[in-house]
Design a protein around this ligand. Structure first.
Ligand code: PLP
Length: 398
């Protein structure tokens, strides 16, 4: 018997039956911004909520436990988590980041570089020559996003981390797309895990939040102090909701990824779809690596629609069960057009270089019945094919 509980048990039972005041089974929320001192120079565990708050502290402990870290900092958004992770870099430091990372991350890192706060090299992490060149430039930190948003590219966390350690660099992995239910980067050697808790961890599309989990307690303390200094710590209410979401993380993700695989296989057979990006398909370039470092393939996928922008417009206007919206990881299925939505903040040349085409659509698979989702996609593909046929006719006429 070991004392270490399975992460699924940790998720389901976090804070349960720990209330000493009334024996409340569900941990209470502490909204108070301030806490009384026991006496002169005798602060209690919490004194002011920007600095620390019992509800937020429980969420941080839970995330650290789920990711196998020594501490976590809960902040007000995923972007705040990304920014916090790199907040200690100096102007002479180099950060290596994926060229196809989340558009908001690309925009933030580019802006920090332009302000000369630190240097950034965006590289295709699947290209060994680009990685060689990047490591030769002595990076201080490396950001990994796997699977990447929106192309679902998978990179080998352990291999990159080993190289980074030899180069004296620290590694941060954005684990938003899989959550600790399916991937635990600290166990693969990473120093930091970044989350947009807005996504799978909260899981109900009603909180914007973020977190950084650290392998090292000293790093967690440094980042917690910085989050307090700049005032980006997460709210008690958001923490409470996120804790509630985490209790169902494992069964949600298990169900969602099962439906995602069925959808990916279905799309692969459609003549309207030229490519499906889903790591669970044997045709996916990262399938083998995904199998070694993930315990599941997740519920995000993207695909290339033939027929250009007209087909995309008809497709997104035809869906009825899927909702055209940004974000991901909720109980409801969403479809997004990265070029005009999630990645519109990225420079168009950088977007093209990353392989994000105008025909690419991204899907977040929710908890609806598989049959309803597939039927919805079928009728939207049918609507898109009419645009394709009309384009072909126009091309023949001109
Ligand atoms: N990281 C990834 C991989 C994301 O997809 C997102 C948002 O979509 C973020 C970070 C930023 O998170 P937030 O929107 O909570 O700031």
């Amino acid at each position: 018997m070991t004392n270490r509980k399975d992460p699924q048990t940790v998720a389901a039972r976090t804070g349960i039956a720990s209330d000493t005041a009334f024996g409340a089974v569900v941990p209470p929320i502490y909204l108070s911004t301030t806490y009384s001192f026991e006496g002169f120079e005798r602060a209690r565990a919490h004194d002011y909520s920007r600095t620390s708050n019992p509800t937020r502290a429980l969420l941080a402990e839970t995330l650290a436990d789920l990711e196998g870290g020594q501490g976590a900092v809960v902040v007000s958004s995923g972007m705040a988590a990304v920014d916090l992770t790199f907040s200690q870099l100096r102007s002479h430091n180099l950060l290596i980041a994926p060229h196809d990372c989340y558009g908001g991350t690309h925009r933030l890192l580019s802006a920090r570089r332009d302000l000369k706060q630190f240097d950034v090299m965006f590289v295709d992490m699947g290209d060994p020559r680009q990685l060689d060149a990047a490591f030769a430039a002595s990076p201080a930190m490396v950001l990994i996003e796997t699977p990447s948003n929106p192309l679902m590219r998978v990179v080998d966390i352990r291999a990159i981390t080993e190289r980074a350690k030899k180069a004296g660099a620290k590694v941060a992995v954005d684990n938003t797309f899989l959550s600790p239910a399916l991937q635990r980067p600290l166990e693969l050697g990473a120093h930091y895990v970044i989350h947009s808790t807005t996504k799978y961890l909260n899981g109900h599309s009603d909180v914007v939040g973020g977190a950084v989990v650290c392998a090292d307690k000293a790093d967690a303390d440094t980042l917690a102090a910085w989050a307090n200094i700049v005032g980006v710590t997460g709210s008690a209410f958001d923490s409470y909701l996120t804790l509630r979401g985490i209790r169902t993380l494992f069964p949600r993700v298990a169900q969602q990824q099962q439906t995602a695989l069925a959808i990916a296989k279905h799309l692969e057979g459609s003549p309207m779809v030229s490519k499906v990006h889903y790591p669970g398909l044997p045709s996916h370039a990262g399938h083998a690596i995904a199998k070694t470092q993930q315990s599941g393939f997740g519920a995000m996928l993207s695909f290339e629609l033939t027929g250009g922008t007209d087909a995309v417009r008809r497709f997104v206007e035809a869906v009825q069960v899927f909702t055209l919206a940004e974000s991901l990881g909720g109980v409801e299925s969403l479809v997004a057009h990265p070029a005009t939505m999630t990645h519109v903040g990225m420079d168009p040349d950088a977007r093209r270089a990353a392989g994000i085409t105008d025909g690419l659509l991204r899907i977040s698979v929710g908890l609806e019945a598989e049959r309803d989702l597939i039927e919805d996609l079928e009728s939207a593909l049918d609507a898109a094919s009419k645009a394709d046929a009309a384009n072909a006719k126009q091309a023949r006429a001109s």
